[in-house]
Design a protein around this ligand. Structure first.
Ligand SMILES: [Zn+2]
Length: 82
């Protein structure tokens, strides 16, 4: 079940909410009750929206530089048919 980062724009309360994909998005802040609660772009979501430059740059300081570009753990399945 995916976890969405939510934030209330009324009071600033932020929380991760576990929801089914089929569930309607939450709109009501759990703290203040304002109808100002909405999904946030997560860091991972932001990176996936890019062209890969940021992901590569991030990995250079965190993991092996020779990691496959697809990011799969234990090897790149994209390359098995090569
Ligand atoms: Zn709130």
């Amino acid at each position: 079940m995916p976890i969405y980062a939510y934030k209330c724009s009324a009071c600033g309360h932020a929380e991760d909410e576990m929801q089914k994909v089929s569930d309607a998005p939450l709109t009501k802040g759990p703290k203040c009750g304002a109808e100002a609660y909405g999904k946030q772009l997560t860091a991972a979501g932001f990176a996936l929206k890019g062209n890969g430059y940021y992901v590569t740059d991030f990995k250079n300081g965190q993991a092996k530089p020779e990691a496959p570009s697809c990011g799969a753990a234990g090897g790149c399945p994209c390359a098995t048919s090569n």
